[in-house]
Design a protein around this ligand. Structure first.
Ligand SMILES: Nc1ncnc2c1ncn2[C@@H]1O[C@H](COP(=O)(O)OP(=O)(O)O)[C@@H](O)[C@H]1O
Ligand SMILES: C[C@@](O)(CCOP(=O)(O)OP(=O)(O)O)CC(=O)O
Length: 448
């Protein structure tokens, strides 16, 4: 009998903690977004089209029907061979690590098919057409995945996370994406695969958000992944199993959620900044400017924590005194909020402090974290009705702005025909608390 299971995982925006989160001692606040990546794994237990091993076909029909077909013959630590010359490191590394963790018997493994879908906000929608059914809708592009501009919501982290969940659900049928154990398992494998595919160990906040949803995140020690043996080392499998099943990683992913009545609004500006280059420049600046750079990081950390506290104060107020909280939201909508509401001041002062210090780093390091055009855009955004605060998310740069606003702020309407916002596309999404979700596979068929 043909069987299917489906999973989805959210995109991300790092509101506070950029750069600092690369070190385990600093906390960050990452919001999971409603834009989700989806994977549907289908298996016909009687089907095996290749005598030399089993095949895993991963298809992204949204992106010009792109397809990657891997043959796994069990040799060389379950290394896979792509049969038609297409490369996708993210898929390859997920396969490699899931297979090494589960070490299936090749002769008894049927072929697997995985279909990937990504929600619209991950990519520019220019030139795409929408296909939908009663449950889902997706944009279909004429170009392949590498040629469609990204918006920076973490498509590769989402892909790696759902693909890991879907493959684990086949190799470990009792896999439960809602259990702590299931989530931790996906998280570790997805972090390993994502780092290997990227060729670097980032902080992993994007994979954490895809797995656990919105969170206060502190990273694991990078050595955990860096110290794994090479992929073709005979000890790889054992080392991976040990790392995943026995080692305590020590990361923090504590669920958070924006207080009710508030939402996140992402403005896509441009896809112009490369995170790796920005990080390299900031690292050089940091090393050359010690101990002053450490003081700047400590100051930013204090503001980061004040932001987190301010959001939590707002949450508490919404629970304890709904009347005052409702007045606060109304005041925000009519722009005469500040002074009388300490929680608003706390959040705003914190973000101002973070931005001020990143502008110093921008000037001194040459890394355009908050370049002048973004400063202007953010300052103009803060003048709109319903905006609590705003920042350049993640590594910053020219890519995007993130605003925390009231639910009724209607920014697209407020900024229509306003030349100050001509460069901004408001993305249609909201904050989401949940990370990986198991979905109904029948919701992805008959898209027209
Ligand atoms: N829907 C998809 N189907 C297949 N591969 C995808 C998909 N979305 C993302 N990817 C993979 O992730 C890569 C983009 O990753 P990356 O450059 O890290 O961008 P991002 O910042 O969005 O994660 C793509 O080139 C592709 O290999
Ligand atoms: C600098 C960073 O702390 C944050 C980067 O955040 P982005 O959201 O800009 O990331 P990408 O999607 O990888 O471009 C690096 C890190 O945490 O890995």
């Amino acid at each position: 009998m043909v069987e299917s299971r489906a999973f989805s995982a959210p995109g991300k925006a790092l509101l506070v903690g950029g750069y600092l989160v690369l070190e385990p001692k600093y906390v960050s606040y990452v919001v999971a977004l409603s834009s989700r990546m989806h994977a549907i794994v289908t298996v016909d237990p009687t089907c095996n089209s290749n005598n030399d091993g089993f095949e895993v076909t991963v298809q992204s029909s949204q992106f010009n029907d792109e397809k990657w077909v891997y043959l796994i013959d069990g040799s060389n630590n379950y290394a896979s061979q792509e049969l038609y010359g297409s490369q996708n490191k993210f898929i390859e590394k997920v396969l490699f690590n899931v297979l090494n963790l589960c070490s299936p018997d090749i002769s008894k493994t049927p072929d697997l098919a995985v279909e990937i879908f990504s929600d619209a906000a991950y990519h520019s929608q220019v030139g795409s057409i929408v296909k939908q059914n009663k449950f889902k809708e997706f944009c279909f592009h004429k170009k392949g995945i590498a040629d469609v501009p990204k918006t920076g919501l973490g498509s590769s982290a989402g892909l790696v996370t759902v693909l890991t969940a879907s493959l684990l659900s086949f190799f470990q049928p009792s896999f439960n994406a809602q259990s702590t154990q299931g989530l931790n398992l996906v998280h570790k494998i997805a972090q390993v695969a994502h780092c290997q595919a990227q060729g670097k160990v980032g902080s992993g906040f994007d994979v954490a958000a895809a797995t656990f949803g919105s969170a206060l995140y502190q990273r694991f020690e990078p050595a955990l992944i860096n110290d794994l043996p090479a992929a073709d080392d005979p000890n790889y499998q054992l080392a991976l199993k040990n790392l995943v099943n026995k080692v305590e990683w020590g990361y923090r992913a504590e669920p958070v959620s924006l207080p009710k009545g508030l939402r996140i609004v992402m403005g896509d500006v441009n896809s112009g900044s490369e995170t790796t280059k920005l990080v390299a420049k900031v690292n050089t600046w940091y090393k050359e400017n010690l101990p002053r750079s450490l003081d700047i990081y400590k100051t930013i950390d204090t503001y980061n924590r004040a932001f987190i506290e301010g959001i939590s104060d707002l949450e508490l107020l919404s629970q304890k005194n709904l009347e005052e909280y409702t007045t606060l939201l109304k005041a925000l909508n009519s722009r005469n909020a500040p002074d009388s509401f300490p929680a608003i001041n706390k959040v705003r002062d914190a973000v101002e402090g973070i931005r001020r210090n990143f502008r110093i780093i921008t000037e001194e390091s040459g890394a355009d974290i908050e370049p002048y055009v973004q400063t202007k855009l953010l300052d103009n955004s803060l003048k709109l009705d319903g905006v609590l605060t705003g920042m350049v998310p993640g590594a910053g740069g020219y890519d995007a702005i993130a605003l925390v606003t009231t639910e009724s702020s209607e920014l697209p309407i407020q900024t229509k025909n306003n030349p100050n916002f001509a460069s901004v596309t408001w993305l249609n999404l909201h904050q989401e608390s949940m990370g990986i979700l198991e979905e109904n596979p029948s919701h992805y068929i008959d898209l027209v």
